[in-house]
Design a protein around this ligand. Structure first.
Ligand SMILES: [Zn+2]
Ligand SMILES: [Zn+2]
Length: 343
């Protein structure tokens, strides 16, 4: 099969190609696994974190990709959840221990033993993947393969982030950064909290325009002052400066939820400007989001179909994955980038 593999870690400079198109053997499913023929795989900022070593794969080469849509080609001997030709989605959690406190409470994303798709095991930048059947999800009919792919990470993690804000209908919501995840959160928030105005902070005007088109009541630059203080803010940027701005803009007892697996080091010195009375006092809270549990994906896919949510996608061929990653690094973002692998 064809696969885009990551042979070495290192910084991704402009125009560089870190992934290499390679012939790889088609994996064989074990008795509790399914073999999936991949049709589409979303491109996530976490791939940049892997490539550049901020969340390094334990062994190389590895096939990245954890927003996978495909059809079941072979079922293992002990699999009853799926049949051949079923359409399935695969997200970041490839497997977890199933026994620890976190697994038993539905937070398998916090399991110390979980394996991540496309980092700890091979992922979806390939024509085939095997996965434990219990880690695959049925995908609602109304979404095409390309539309469904970004729901598995960008969308589902947006769902978890929104849940972790504790937002009540009528309270104000802020979104810092407006990429793949935030444009889905905005639509979800409008459905779940119809009386909650949404304020968007984004570096470039294209993102701000897109946010207004989708119904944000206000969109400004990351350091602009919104017309009012905000109850909950979700940050999806890789930087630190927006964290300080977001804390300034929070109401007393407001909560900032940081939806990022890693932050870049570049502007970390901004944190020295942290001012206790301005940024933290008055019972402001900061909470991070650690990827996404299987329950989040399951619940979110049902919600996404009910809204119905539209993920705007920009499509690339598998062998053009490096272009998608370069654009992501340069923050040329409108909606979600998706590799189209087969029909
Ligand atoms: Zn992701
Ligand atoms: Zn566990």
């Amino acid at each position: 099969m064809k696969a885009m593999i990551l042979p070495h870690l290192g910084p991704l400079h402009e125009g560089e190609s870190r992934l290499v198109l390679t012939e790889f053997p088609v994996p064989e499913p074990k008795e509790n696994e399914i073999l999936v023929r991949v049709s589409a795989c979303g491109v996530c900022h976490t791939e940049l974190d892997e490539i550049e070593g901020r969340t390094p794969p334990p062994a190389l080469p590895v096939i990245p990709g954890h927003q996978i849509i495909g059809r079941v080609e072979v079922v293992g001997a002990n699999v009853s959840l799926f049949q051949v030709n079923d359409r399935v989605g695969i997200g970041w959690i490839y497997s977890s221990c199933g026994k620890c406190h976190y697994c038993l409470s539905g937070n398998d994303n916090l399991c110390p033993h979980f394996l991540a798709t496309g980092r700890d095991v091979n992922g979806g930048y390939a024509e085939y993947i095997t996965v434990p059947a219990g880690s695959a999800h049925a995908v609602p009919e109304i979404f095409s393969d390309a539309e469904a792919a970004p729901l598995l990470c960008a969308g589902a993690i947006g769902y978890r982030s929104l849940r972790l804000t504790g937002l009540q209908n009528g309270q104000t919501l802020g979104l810092t950064g407006f990429g793949a995840s935030a444009h889905i959160v905005l639509q979800m928030a409008q459905h779940l909290f119809p009386d909650s105005p949404v304020f968007v902070f984004a570096r470039n005007e294209a993102e701000r325009k897109f946010a207004r088109e989708l119904g944000a009541v206000w969109a400004g630059d990351t350091e602009d002052q919104p017309p009012q203080k905000i109850d909950c803010i979700i940050d999806t940027t890789p930087a630190w400066k927006p964290i300080l701005s977001a804390l300034t803009n929070l109401r007393p007892a407001g909560r900032l939820v940081i939806n990022a697996i890693r932050k870049e080091e570049k502007d970390k010195q901004q944190l020295l400007k942290l001012d206790y009375p301005d940024h933290l006092w008055l019972e402001k809270e900061i909470k991070s989001v650690a990827n996404v549990s299987r329950t989040d994906i399951h619940e979110f896919l049902q919600l996404a179909a009910a809204i119905p949510l539209r993920a705007e996608t920009q499509q690339f061929r598998l062998d053009d994955a490096n272009s998608a990653l370069n654009e992501l690094k340069a923050r040329k973002i409108r909606g979600a980038k998706v590799l189209i692998i087969s029909n």
